[in-house]
Design a protein around this ligand. Structure first.
Ligand code: JFZ
Length: 443
């Protein structure tokens, strides 16, 4: 791969990973929760008996949804069942170490009482600050809070996706001020925020704002030392997103893995990354009628462990309904993932990529601090022999079940640097299991 090197005013400001404490904490989370909540949860993917096949949080953009009706939904926003503490408790029980919450999605509706627009929860019948309650509850649960913020804002009069005239440019300046004010407001109101998760930054109008966005990023980072911002925020001088003109990552981690994942460590370019995942194919906000495949607990656990094995975080999305209920499908998944995590989280938290040849049974992870190594087994070989190939000077000394560390599993050295661990669960297992391995490095 040929590297270009041009001088950029607003390209990457750092090469390689951040090594400071807040970023180390981010890297060690393993599992996160995403929450998409807003007035789109009220229609829940339907309008006047018509089914909207797109992502529920996009319903305003559908021809079947009158804009005026959508923009008045906030007058019905009164989630009587909303309980921030219960949400935080459920996320904690699932094993989430951080949460990303939509403060404002593309529709522009603010879940906090912003003083820069009337289109907020303060003017709904509910009135109370949703973000404030969530920040308090998740903080109390020991779950780090990240604020999702959409640059796209269909409600602001100055918002444009492209700037075609002088008038557009003039109005867009007002929108930029508004965007800056809201972000400063959020970090002022919620100073325990650990980072910002930007979205809706793909408009041509925004990709022309390299200088403004760079200055804004700096201002926000000064407000909260260690603040974490991914690659979906500011464009470079030439309007490139995520990676600048020289191919260097803009921001603290790669934020491009949306409903997809890297397959190899090479795919990650050595960067930190997060994968944000929906439970059905593509629904973030509440859609009352999920169609198509709904991911299972085992699928999601596999994505989580795979993410850890490739140095990334896995973030599972929840879309509560218009009353503030978390749907039963999500509640069950959270409980089942939590049950698994309770037994096996050692193979996830603080763990990352282990430089051993990948095998078909599943994924290796290694604790970044202790060096402890784990094998999470998803595919049990009929032979009962789990292959392990170790690099040059490494010797495999011991293998044990994470939930029964006293008993060693049978190890057989079949070649130089190649072993079988002989183990087959006595009874059928319906969840992946973890084997810990101990090694020494020969001289
Ligand atoms: C965006 C939003 O439009 C969507 O509603 C949701 O909030 C999601 C988390 O983010 O959707 C995207 C963003 C990025 C990509 C695809 C969909 N992408 O990079 O491929």
């Amino acid at each position: 791969e040929k590297r270009i090197s041009v001088k950029l005013e607003h390209g990457a400001h750092r090469l390689g990973k951040r090594t400071d404490k807040p970023m180390q904490a981010w890297r060690n989370y393993g599992l996160g929760q995403f929450i998409h909540w807003g007035v789109y949860a009220i229609p829940g993917g339907h309008w006047e008996g018509q089914y909207y096949p797109g992502a529920a949080e996009w319903i305003r953009s559908w021809k079947g949804m009158p804009k005026d009706a959508y923009d008045n939904l906030y007058k019905q926003f009164n989630p009587k069942k909303f309980n921030a503490k219960a949400w935080a408790k459920q996320a904690g029980d699932m094993g989430a170490k951080y949460v990303i919450i939509t403060t404002k999605h593309h529709d522009g509706f603010c879940l906090w009482p912003s003083k820069y627009t009337d289109y907020t929860v303060a003017n709904s019948p509910y009135k109370k600050d949703i973000i404030g309650q969530l920040v308090e509850a998740y903080d109390a649960e020991g779950i780090d809070v990240y604020l999702y913020f959409s640059i796209i804002d269909w409600n602001h009069p100055g918002y444009r996706s492209t700037l075609k005239s002088e008038q557009d440019r003039k109005e867009y300046e007002e929108f930029k001020k508004f965007t800056r004010n809201q972000l400063v407001e959020l970090l002022t109101l919620y100073p325990s925020t650990k980072g910002l998760w930007f979205d809706g930054s793909w408009d041509k109008a925004w990709t022309e704002q390299a200088e403004f966005a760079d200055a804004l990023g700096k201002e926000l980072r000064e407000m909260i030392p260690g603040l974490i911002i991914g690659s979906r925020f500011r464009p470079d001088d030439n309007g490139n997103r995520h990676f600048d003109t020289n191919g260097d990552l803009i921001g603290d981690y790669e934020q491009g893995w949306e409903r997809k994942m890297p397959n190899t460590i090479e795919d990650t370019n050595g960067n930190d990354w997060d994968c944000v995942m929906t439970v059905p194919e593509n629904q973030w906000g509440y859609h009352s009628d999920w169609k198509g495949h709904v991911k299972t607990t085992n699928e999601l656990i596999e994505m989580l462990v795979k993410a850890a094995s490739l140095d990334g975080n896995f973030v599972l999305n929840f879309g509560p309904d218009g009353q503030g209920n978390i749907r039963s499908e999500e509640t069950r998944l959270a409980a089942e993932i939590g049950e698994w995590m309770k037994e096996n989280n050692e193979a996830v938290y603080g763990c990352g990529y282990l430089d051993w040849e990948k095998q078909d049974w599943g994924y290796y992870t290694v604790n970044r601090e202790t060096g402890k190594k784990y094998m999470t087994v998803f595919n049990i070989p009929v032979s009962g022999a789990l292959r392990v190939k170790v690099p040059g000077k490494t010797k495999l000394n011991k293998a044990y079940l994470l939930n029964d560390p006293g008993a060693s599993l049978e190890l057989e050295e079949i070649h130089r640097n190649e072993y079988f661990i002989h183990y087959k669960p006595a009874s059928a297992t319906d969840r992946p299991f973890v084997i810990g391995v101990e090694t020494t490095d020969a001289k």
